[in-house]
Design a protein around this ligand. Sequence first.
Ligand SMILES: Nc1ncnc2c1ncn2[C@@H]1O[C@H](COP(=O)(O)OP(=O)(O)OP(=O)(O)O)[C@@H](O)[C@H]1O
Ligand SMILES: [Mg+2]
Length: 393
Amino acid sequence: MEISHAVGSVMELGDILQRIVETGARIMETNTCSVYLRDDDEPEFLVLHASWGLSRAEELGVRGFRWGEGLPGWSAQHNQTVALANDRHDGRWAQLDDTAKEAELKAYLGTPLRIQDDVAGVLTFRRAAEQDWTHEEVIFAEFIAKQVAIVLEKASLYEEKVEAERLAAIAVSLSGVAHYIKNVLQNMMGGSYFVETGLKRGDVDKARKGWELLQRSIGKIQALVENMLTYSRDWKCELEPLDVNAMLAQMAQQVEPSAFAKGIRLTLELDERLPELQADEDALHDAVLNLVTNAVDVLEENTGGEVCVRTRRDDAAGVARICVVDNGPGIPPDVQEKMFTLFFTTKGRGGTGIGLSVTHRIIAEHHGSLSFDSSPDEGTTFTIELPLNTDRG
Ligand SMILES: Nc1ncnc2c1ncn2[C@@H]1O[C@H](COP(=O)(O)OP(=O)(O)OP(=O)(O)O)[C@@H](O)[C@H]1O
Ligand SMILES: [Mg+2]
């Protein structure tokens, strides 16, 4: 009952196996109980996954036996239980551990862990005393092995389910990203058409208009690629002292043309007292740029739209704030709930829904926080808080 209780629990696989080997050794009155599993990456090896009583227990995850080698390897290969009063007298015996502990153990009982027609590993019991195993003990060991197999099957089904959901999510999101790129490419085609006809007719204004369209589109693809790379798993930010005001001023210059084209005023209110902050320049730049791009996106053309990027030093709170303020329509409550979810966008083909997720992640890497305040028809303020403490590593 104790074992089936562990099997049905919601603990981590490793913890469940550990609980089973402890209970198994106690009930079987053995000196050790161990679970060896076939390695995912190197299936010719059996790796120790849970163990009680073995001096190697503190080294779980080490390779135990080759498939077919030693008594556990033989059990796995032949899909058969082996019960011996003294394993040293058996030709299949191979040493696992060179410590004194290993030398003390004589009686061996090992039984395969069967998942349908496959052998996933071996469950072993060992006793110091040279002693035959009773029929009941062998049956009971096989029963415990069945329980372990159920746990393993449950865990692998769960993994498959998570993987399937992940793949489905990637497929959906890739199609969103592809649509977005297609959209940007269409703008680029339009831009290059203007450039071409402008050049042909010597119409510099037309060519310039096309060129600007092309540049904006290149910027969009660049931002998308950078966001995707940041979101990829292995990214880590490198914190160094950074003049955040200077970085923001440079970013404003970069965004200015697209804001201007929409008739939106972009202003900076930078706090001169801001010290250098521990930050990753490229990452923080992308994080704020995502917020500014969102603000510019949400404002209607030529209706007095304004975006302000503001910095503040707050010594009392020990933080520096970067605020991105817009006077747009605000964010509806149902959007607020979902907007930090990866790939959530209300812009259809005009967005990928990566921006805020990336910003959130970057700020977390900076040991900072991201919050927002939004009211209908008045606008939205996104606030990044970063620690002022500049000697942080
Ligand atoms: N300042 C804002 N005002 C109103 N709505 C906003 C604002 N910022 C974000 N949103 C909402 O949050 C959604 C998610 O934003 P996010 O930046 O993650 O994705 P996106 O802008 O749609 O696409 P991407 O940034 O990847 O091109 C937006 O689609 C928009 O509906
Ligand atoms: Mg965005």
